[in-house]
Design a binder for this molecule. Structure first.
Ligand code: SF4
Ligand code: SF4
Length: 372
């Protein structure tokens, strides 16, 4: 990772946020930003800051997510919605190659290259930047660089926002990934009532900020932003028993809690879909009806599906108990062997979007103990 020495933090008055969006669009990037759609805050095309969720707050609990009016004038006073950066880089469904039968009956294999335009994403949170760093390791830094992910990643410009209003399901302070973004952004904004402290995180980000002609942030503004960030960490009530549960989980493969959670889990796979670090997928062919062409598709898969562990002639994990155990022991245990850290960045999505409210922090604590 290139370390960029950021110059002095600047102050972006709220009424000049549109100038930042205009500058990003003027630099040839399309902008995605947080917007309210179907009762949730999701990334959508953004041209005008009036489209941001101003005065909107979220209430997140196990198995529950809802929005309400806060009456305040902030634009980012809420925690992560169901979407992370993951679908923007690792497409939920895409063709990797195409096979066409020629007139002579011979098959021609054609590469499918995604058509990618420069993209700026506004409002990315610390947990999702930590997840992005993990996905970069998986897709770009292993023995096989994924060209589909790489193309999108090269065109991505990130405007991060520090979290000041974590949800009750958030626990990024416990995983060490938030609430203040530390890396992987081009610009970082920290929201105050009157505007934003703006930090450059890359030379491209700094160039955009410099062109806005902003004044340096005052000492008082910097202290306020720091106090808000510390408060956002302090109010988080959920936590994992330790940042490394590898030993404790594998020492408890026969714990009775696996049976208990299996009584509640529906194996729906929602947790893996919303998780910003999950990367499992399946691949299959889809043939055209006339038999002249077929596409090789990659689609998100989940360790909760039967097919995920199907080997020739049998299924390795036939029941809910073994699938939930696979999810937790991989996410919080064997990720340490693969990537040197846990696969959980504390975003809390799998808690809020689990239809039966299964809480990863509660399950890990039940299996590993309070001080694993
Ligand atoms: S396991 Fe749950 S809390 Fe952890 S990163 Fe995935 S969705 Fe977020
Ligand atoms: S833990 Fe919850 S979200 Fe995950 S598969 Fe089970 S029921 Fe679905």
């Amino acid at each position: 990772m290139t370390v960029f020495a950021s110059p002095v933090p600047l102050f972006l008055p709220r009424e000049r946020l549109q100038a930042l969006v205009d500058a990003l669009r003027g630099s040839g990037r399309r902008c995605l930003g947080p917007r309210v759609r179907d009762g949730a805050i999701v990334y959508d095309w953004l041209t005008d800051v009036a489209e941001l969720p101003t005065g909107v707050a979220d209430v997140q609990l196990p198995g529950s997510y809802r929005l309400e009016r806060s009456g305040a004038g902030r634009q980012f006073a809420w925690a992560t919605g169901p979407q992370a950066l993951k679908p923007l880089l690792f497409a939920p469904r895409e063709a990797l190659w195409r096979v066409v039968r020629g007139d002579d009956g011979r098959l021609a294999f054609r590469e499918v290259v995604p058509d990618v335009q420069p993209l700026a994403v506004i409002g990315v949170r610390a947990c999702d930047l930590a997840a992005l760093a993990l996905q970069d390791r998986h897709f770009l830094q292993g023995p096989y660089r994924d060209p589909y992910y790489a193309r999108r990643r090269e065109q991505l410009f990130l405007v991060a926002v520090g979290c000041s209003h974590p949800a009750s399901t958030c626990f990024c302070a416990s995983t060490g990934d938030g609430p203040r973004p530390q890396h992987s952004f081009d610009i970082l904004l920290e929201e105050l009532d009157a505007g934003f402290i703006a930090h450059g995180g890359s030379s491209q980000g700094q160039q955009i900020l410099t062109a806005l002609g902003l004044a340096p942030a005052s000492e008082a503004q910097l202290r306020l932003a720091q106090a808000e960030s510390e408060h956002a960490a302090a109010v988080q009530t959920r936590k994992l028993p330790s940042r490394n549960l590898r030993g404790a989980l594998f020492a408890n493969l026969d714990h009775g809690r696996w049976d208990e959670v299996a009584q509640r889990c529906l194996t729906c796979g929602n947790c893996t879909s919303v998780c910003p670090t999950c990367f499992c997928h399946s691949e299959h062919e889809v043939q055209a009806l006339d038999g002249q062409e077929s596409e090789h598709l990659r689609e998100w898969d989940s360790c909760f599906t039967r097919g995920h562990s199907h080997l020739h002639g049998f299924t390795v994990r036939p029941d809910t108990r073994s699938r939930y155990r696979q999810w937790l022991t991989h996410k919080l245990g064997s990720w340490h062997d693969q990537y040197g850290r846990s696969g959980c960045v504390g975003c809390g999505r799998c808690i809020a979007w689990c239809p039966v409210g299964i809480d990863i922090t509660e399950e890990a604590t039940a299996i590993c103990g309070q001080s694993a």
